[in-house]
Ligand binder design. Structure first.
Ligand SMILES: [Mn+2]
Length: 375
């Protein structure tokens, strides 16, 4: 990665764009936002990248940093998109807030361009970035460690609920007031990371919410949160409910035909509220992948580590303390091949959770499913 870094622009010239921390700040530059801006001050352009299938936290974070960079450094920025945005709420966010995203596959990096990664870390298997990406900074809150050795600026805070909270703290430190549109994006980004159950939040998240709430457009947030849903959503949810099996304090839901990859998370967000379990996993087939989503209703669950141990070399996984996701590429989507991988996954999961191998008990019995079916 290092040898392909573009040369900085005008290092010896008199810089008009050079960043100086606000007066009154110690020259030791204790504030991370000062160091972040200083690191970027000599580039011609800054591009923001994030993980595949960007979610509200990654979209809001890209928008917030772009706004900060443009306001304080006067450097042009661009936001990118890796993969698709398919969840209805996330699509509504992009549409209603008019977020312009350049598809990552069509991008060529220019000399003098810096790339900032948000809500993710390099080499975690969550991007389609080439080796030539001029990555200068990484700002994230995931437990899953990435390869950060070559990165000049790193701010990873695992105790934070949302990357948007970290970005909001940069804006506050630099006294850059977010526009209503930006405040809406940041608030929704934080809300989606925090307001589910189990909640993983810190005082910095609360501070950001308090600051952003009066500035945000609550009508737009309501429209995003309650985005209209396609028929495939109900089909996917029904499949999940019909194929949910309980093993002690764990429930596993198999979806043979996931309408879109993020649906796995929606299924477990629903199932983790079941009072009889502490863990919920959804494994759904989407295209040639088995998409995994895990939730834990107990503290110090280390869900990210646990899922990554379970998946091992079959694929990749990671996440937070109580929320995790993963992906297993399927070599075949035949019924047999899928059943094999499902049974291997179940075996591994029961083992790491110290649950005895047993026949799973259906969440909804077959008899009930059939009896209540109107024809
Ligand atoms: Mn996030």
């Amino acid at each position: 990665m290092a040898e392909n870094k573009p040369s900085r622009v005008g290092k010896t010239k008199n810089l008009t764009k050079g960043f100086k921390p606000a007066s009154g700040q110690k020259s030791t530059m204790a504030r991370r936002s000062d160091r972040f801006l200083t690191q970027l001050s000599e580039y011609k352009r800054v591009s923001l990248v994030t993980h595949v299938n960007p979610d509200p936290d990654s979209l809001g974070s890209m928008m917030g940093l772009a706004h900060l960079i443009e306001a304080k450094l006067g450097i042009p920025t661009r936001l990118t998109r890796d993969g698709l945005i398919s969840r209805a709420e996330n699509r509504a966010m992009v549409e209603l807030l008019d977020i312009e995203l350049e598809p990552i596959e069509g991008i060529t990096w220019e000399a003098g361009e810096a790339v900032v990664m948000v809500d993710s870390q390099p080499n975690t298997g969550r991007h389609h970035l080439g080796d030539d990406v001029p990555l200068v900074a990484v700002i994230d809150h995931h437990d899953t460690p990435g390869n950060l050795e070559e990165i000049e600026f790193v701010d990873v805070r695992r105790s934070l609920g949302a990357t948007c909270s970290l970005v909001s703290s940069y804006l506050r430190e630099q006294e850059v007031e977010p526009t209503s549109r930006l405040a809406t994006a940041l608030l929704y980004g934080i809300e989606t990371e925090l307001c589910g159950y189990p909640r993983e939040a810190s005082p910095l998240d609360d501070k950001a919410l308090i600051h952003l709430y009066p500035l945000a457009n609550k009508d737009l947030i309501a429209r995003i949160r309650n985005a209209r849903l396609p028929q495939t959503y109900f089909n996917g949810l029904l499949q999940g409910l019909q194929n949910s099996f309980i093993y002690d304090r764990l429930i596993i839901s198999w979806v043979d035909d996931l309408p879109q990859p993020e649906m796995a998370a929606e299924v477990v967000d629903f199932l983790i509220r079941f009072e009889e379990v502490d863990w919920a996993l959804c494994a759904g087939v989407h295209k040639n992948n088995l998409i995994l989503s895990l939730r834990a209703a107990v503290a110090d669950a280390e869900a990210g580590d646990l899922l990554s141990k379970v998946v091992g070399k079959l694929g990749r996984a990671g996440g937070h303390d109580r929320r995790a996701g993963g992906l297993i590429p399927l070599t075949s989507v035949s019924e047999n091949a899928i059943e094999n991988i499902q049974s291997e996954l179940r075996k591994r999961l029961l083992k790491v959770m110290h649950i005895e191998e047993c026949r799973g008990q259906r969440l909804v019995s077959k008899r009930d499913i059939l009896q209540n079916l109107h024809t």
